[in-house]
Design a protein around this ligand. Sequence first.
Ligand code: IMP
Ligand code: MG
Length: 181
Amino acid sequence: MKECIERVLLSEKELHDKVAELGRKISEDYRGKNLLMVSVLKGSVVFMADLMRAIDIPCEIDFMAVSSYGSGTKNSGVVEIKKDLAREIEGCDVLVVEDILDSGITLSYLMKILQARNPASIRICTLLDKPARRKAKEVMATYSGFEVPDAFVVGYGLDYDEKFRNLPYIGILKPEVYENK
Ligand code: IMP
Ligand code: MG
């Protein structure tokens, strides 16, 4: 895997420190509330698993799967629910946990669906934000780990063609990996 990585963008230590900081903030903000963390599969699972352990107030978790990319590196604009939540969210303080906010199309669609289910509140926590590529300008993350440049990144849950999710750091993929496909 390492030979496909151009350079490490965020080290394990940087990720760990940021997740701890986000966990502290979320714990303060949601004290006394009805926190339900919703992880968007599959990219956010690693972040979710670390973030939930950095939160020291009671919370529940659930998972949703949507697809917008196929197996490539560009957003097709077509979003489909592949797996829905196991429970209703009325009255819950929902925190949607995402790996990366890129065009924003996926989250824009997801937020509309979830808002229609009458949660007490709904916010976004994204590990990475790629503002240069935003198309859905109305999508805002209350909690955001790092701004990243306009390059395709993998690792710590993020994939290219379902691979590289198990890298413990976040790296920039060598363009020839997807150009030669
Ligand atoms: P959006 O709808 O364009 O905001 O795309 C969101 C989803 O696209 C993320 O949840 C990721 O799964 C995927 N994605 C966007 N940019 C990258 C990247 O640089 N590396 C890996 N996955 C990405
Ligand atoms: Mg994803």
